[in-house]
Design a binder for this molecule. Structure first.
Ligand SMILES: [Zn+2]
Ligand SMILES: [Zn+2]
Length: 351
């Protein structure tokens, strides 16, 4: 595993750095980036492509979702409210690992974190039991670089199902693989905690996503093993997966576009609630380096990062100036931003 990672690293280091342009961002660079991304002969017309199916994923995900539906109708959520509350507790813990950890920290470097916080983030991320940190970060950097083109792993122009979970059920488009190899991952591989989490991904997932979450209800409040298993594996795990996937599907299809009317990503209240604060996706695609992933404070993840910055474990929290946000919204938004309530919106703002 380690040698595979290191060889990928040395290969990618030979290529140009495709991210981290964030710190110099202006409305001009946003325009230029969008043009650059579209200029690689990527079109929004090529919806279908032929590829191999990943049958193991198709069968596993289908069975898990069938179990989820069965569990939702048969599990007695009122039998022990502690067990029910623990479903929500684990959604927050795993959600923080995804949003505050692999997304805002390892992918976008929107803040810096000391080893104590990085360890917590790695453990919380393992609780979500997704792809390892390397794969997640690489896929998400490609997603931002080539949003909704053939090189986007979950191109939302291919429809809801593909962008939600279908993309995990088949081999990636050749452009996704090609562009993924170009992504600079040296920062992730330079982080010993991330490398440890990548190397021991399977065992960490088993411990933090399944073993400990099931042991707590059994030993802390005498829950049965079967109810602990059903509530944590069939219900909580599938909810966390679908909530995370909804950012790629729901928040690329339905909602308003107050910061850039020319891109698919949207603002979605539903996704915001489900993902502890990742639903301001139109904003996030314009300012991916903002640690809040939103113009506004208030989400659980943002508050947790703020808490860790207070005790010194998180620092260098990045965010754009109010002036820059306003300029972007006025120039590129669809008119749904609250600032238009004071100023009448002109339809000719969208060309
Ligand atoms: Zn997106
Ligand atoms: Zn992102």
């Amino acid at each position: 595993m380690a040698s595979k990672i290191l060889s990928t690293d040395s290969k990618t280091l030979m290529k140009k750095n495709l991210q981290n342009e964030e710190s110099l961002i202006t409305t001009k660079t946003i325009d230029e980036n969008n043009k650059q991304n579209r200029s690689e002969s990527y079109t929004r017309n090529e919806v279908w492509f032929k590829t191999e199916l990943k049958w193991i994923n198709i069968v596993t995900l289908s069975l898990l979702h069938l179990c989820f539906i069965y569990a939702c109708f048969t599990f007695n959520f009122f039998e022990n409210l502690m067990t029910t509350a623990w479903i929500y507790g684990m959604i927050i813990i795993a959600g923080f690992g995804v949003t505050g950890g692999v997304h805002r920290f390892w992918t976008h470097r929107s803040y810096k974190a000391k080893w104590q916080l990085r360890t917590i983030l790695a453990a919380c991320y393992a609780a979500a039991s997704m792809n390892d940190i390397f794969e997640w970060v690489r896929d998400h950097r490609v997603h931002h670089k080539y949003t909704d083109t053939d090189a986007d792993p979950h191109n939302s122009n291919r429809g809801f199902f593909f962008s939600h979970m279908g993309w995990l059920m088949m081999k990636k488009h050749p452009d996704v693989i090609r562009r993924g190899c170009e992504i600079d991952m040296s920062d992730v591989l330079a982080d010993p905690i991330a490398v440890f989490a990548i190397k021991y991904s399977s065992i960490l997932k088993f411990i933090f996503a399944f073993l400990l979450p099931m042991m707590l209800p059994v030993y802390a409040w005498n829950e049965t093993w079967s109810r602990a298993f059903v509530s944590q594996i069939f219900i909580r795990y599938i909810l966390v997966l679908n909530f995370t996937w909804s950012v790629n599907s729901v928040a690329h299809i339905w909602g308003s576009r107050p910061y850039d009317a020319h891109i698919n990503p949207t603002e979605s209240l539903f996704v915001n609630c489900a993902t502890v604060g990742e639903g301001s996706h139109n904003y996030h695609h314009i300012f991916p380096w903002d640690y809040k992933a939103s113009e506004f404070n208030g989400s659980i993840t943002t508050n947790l990062i703020k808490f860790f910055s207070k005790i010194g474990w998180a620092y260098d929290l990045k965010e754009p100036s109010e002036e820059l946000i306003k300029t972007v919204a006025m120039n590129r938004g669809d008119g749904s931003h609250s600032l238009w309530k004071a100023v009448p919106y002109s339809a000719n703002k969208i060309e």
